[in-house]
Write a protein that binds this ligand. Structure first.
Ligand SMILES: NC(=O)C1=CN([C@@H]2O[C@H](COP(=O)(O)OP(=O)(O)OC[C@H]3O[C@@H](n4cnc5c(N)ncnc54)[C@H](OP(=O)(O)O)[C@@H]3O)[C@@H](O)[C@H]2O)[C@@H](O)CC1
Ligand SMILES: Nc1ncnc2c1ncn2[C@@H]1O[C@H](COP(=O)(O)OP(=O)(O)O)[C@@H](O)[C@H]1O
Ligand SMILES: [K+]
Length: 535
């Protein structure tokens, strides 16, 4: 059972894939009507739980909250397809549980099953309106206007109705997806319902994990309705995989537990190349991120003038002071005797370098160590215009751009904001690198088309220096994994998950305003401790 839950939690589907999976279930003999009844029954129960919980929270402290709350008014927004059918079954069930139910349905042409449910609900005396106003006094709205069948931009009257109800500031539970969102990209098709909760049915729809959808999705959860794993596998096996990072996938990639017999060089030697006189903080934050990764040996190349402050902050690291330009950037790499770039298990290069450090980048690219480029490392690479030469590197390259850096690196890939999965996949295919596109829902792709999405994070991370911490952390993980058979994109995905989870914990304890990048580094280990205590 746990195994099934975990497998389902990792799956992300497009509308077409969900449709194909659904077709297999129906072809195998499951009646459509029975599936709708089952799914909507699960939704109705979950809605009651959420509703009761929120009422209890609202009434906290008030005396004797009756277990059966007085009947409340629930408005059901009904669309023409099976999303509307689900909503109408929910309407009926809530009605029988004692709720007062009002239906809004502005469509005259409904799918047959949906139409039958509407007819029965009417026969029970449930009022049905083609305007939204009568629902204004409802305590709760259930959004069953459109699900994964929506392909066209919404028009009036339903578009105006959605705009109106969004103004009401009522709790809204969306069935499958907030109506109006594109199932694959999360794009708003004209307008969309701003849900407080989304109950995603069966499998996670890709659109719910996109930055542009987040203002609409609210709290999202999956309602598992027992889709056979074999059907999912058959449908997904021929397309590039898109997976959700979960706690299980992340923990399986972490270098924990350590083998009892090991030594510092066996646990990876990471070289960080970062910092400038102008941006010395970036070098410190990258170093602190690397420290939390547990990497066996840490060397940090910085301009000579940063050496003493780096030693003070990171006494365990070997600080390499390099000759610097007039502006205080690294002018050339001057590694200790008997070391060269190829002797490191991994290199991470970029935070705080400034573009004046450009002469060192080619040398770094020519090395045969796994290499992560971030920040000015990426900006210099973009200026060099040699992104295609990454394919020729003898070891893996990881690029970790935010959308601005992404556009500079891949100017011909459009829509990095609107079609993040597609854009990241294209960038990885074009460059041969593993590309991590930063954002509220970070996307990671490899050149074969495998994509990971980080499904949980916090806007607490939206402040300067968070990315530097990530660079050090992933660099440290890459160095530790260099002798192990773990794919680079999985390591990168684990780094993204760890970084976000630390920020979530920090935000819980300190609010979203209390997670400056330095504080974040203190939560990287704390979150692992709290995660393993929860096991
Ligand atoms: N997957 C599963 O296993 C299960 C799925 N289930 C449920 O089914 C849902 C999918 O149902 P669905 O395929 O009927 O599509 P849905 O999203 O209800 O709407 C599409 C309808 O809208 C219409 N339409 C489109 N655009 C429009 C526009 N701009 N303005 C106006 N109309 C527009 C379009 O009609 P058209 O005009 O294109 O002929 C079509 O009729 C899914 O989300 C889940 O809730 C569960 O019951 C059981 C298990
Ligand atoms: N709204 C948000 N929600 C979640 N994570 C975010 C959000 N905004 C930014 N982040 C994360 O914070 C980090 C910011 O990195 P970056 O832009 O490189 O910052 P810097 O260069 O200042 O260190 C990335 O990991 C990104 O995914
Ligand atoms: K919906």
């Amino acid at each position: 059972m746990k195994d099934r839950q975990e497998k389902i939690a990792q799956v992300i589907v497009t509308a077409q894939q969900m449709h194909d999976i659904e077709e297999r279930i129906f072809t195998a003999g499951m009646p459509v009507v029975a599936l709708m009844e089952k799914v909507a029954g699960l939704i109705a129960r979950r809605i009651q739980d959420i509703y009761l919980l929120s009422c209890q929270q609202e009434n906290k402290g008030k005396a004797s909250l009756s277990p059966s709350l007085p009947p409340s008014r629930v408005g059901i927004l009904t669309g023409p397809g099976h999303n509307g059918g689900d909503a109408l079954v929910v309407a009926r069930e809530l009605y029988f549980r004692g709720y007062e139910v009002l239906i809004y349905c502005p469509f005259s042409k409904l799918k047959e099953l949906t139409s039958q449910h509407l007819q029965y609900n009417r026969s029970l005396g449930l009022p049905c309106y083609d305007s939204i106003e009568p629902l204004q006094d409802c305590d709760l709205l259930i959004d069953g206007l459109f699900g994964f069948g929506l392909e066209r931009t919404l028009t009036d009257p339903v578009a105006s109705a959605i705009n109106q109800l969004n103004e009401w500031d009522k709790p809204i539970i969306s069935i499958d997806l907030p109506s109006g969102l594109h199932t694959d990209t999360g794009e708003v098709l004209g307008t969309a319902v701003r849900a407080t909760h989304t109950l995603c049915l069966g499998l996670w729809k890709q659109g719910l994990l996109q930055d542009q959808a987040l203002d609409y999705v609210g709290k999202a959860e999956l309602i598992d309705f027992d889709i056979p794993l074999a059907d999912i596998q058959v449908v997904l096996e021929n397309s590039p995989s898109t997976k959700r990072i979960t706690k299980t996938t992340a923990l399986s990639t972490l270098p924990l537990p350590r083998p009892p017999v090991t030594h510092k060089y066996k646990e990876g030697h990471l070289l960080l190349i970062c910092g400038s006189r102008r941006y010395s903080g970036g070098a410190i934050l990258t170093g602190l991120g690397a420290r939390a990764s547990g990497v066996g040996m840490l060397s940090i190349a910085v301009p000579e003038s940063l050496k003493s402050i780096m030693v003070a902050q990171l006494p365990e690291a070997l600080i390499i002071g390099c000759p610097e330009t007039e502006s205080g950037a690294i002018a050339q790499l001057q590694l200790p005797a008997k070391t060269d770039l190829n002797s490191f298990s991994a290199i991470a290069c970029g935070p705080g370098l400034t573009r004046d450090a450009s002469p060192i980048l080619q040398e770094v690219l020519d090395s045969i160590s796994p290499l992560l480029l971030d920040a000015d490392g990426l900006n210099i690479l973009a200026e060099m215009g040699t992104i295609n030469t990454l394919q020729k590197r003898q070891n893996s390259t990881v690029l970790t751009p935010h959308t601005g850096e992404f556009k500079r690196l891949f100017p011909e890939i459009a829509d990095a904001n609107q079609h993040r999965v597609k854009a990241t996949r294209e960038a990885a295919a074009q460059s041969g690198a593993v590309v991590l596109l930063k954002g509220a829902r970070t996307v990671i792709a490899n050149s074969q088309g495998t994509v990971w999405i980080n499904p949980e994070s916090t806007p607490a991370l939206a402040r300067g220096g968070s990315g530097d911490v990530l660079t050090g952390l992933i660099g440290g993980l890459l160095a530790q994994a260099s002798s192990k058979k773990i794919s680079v994109e999985e390591i990168v995905a684990t780094g993204a998950w760890w970084h976000s989870q630390a920020a979530i914990l920090a935000a819980q304890e300190r609010t979203e305003l209390g997670v400056d990048a330095h504080t974040l580094t203190n939560y990287l280990i704390a979150v692992l401790v709290s995660t393993s205590n929860k096991k």
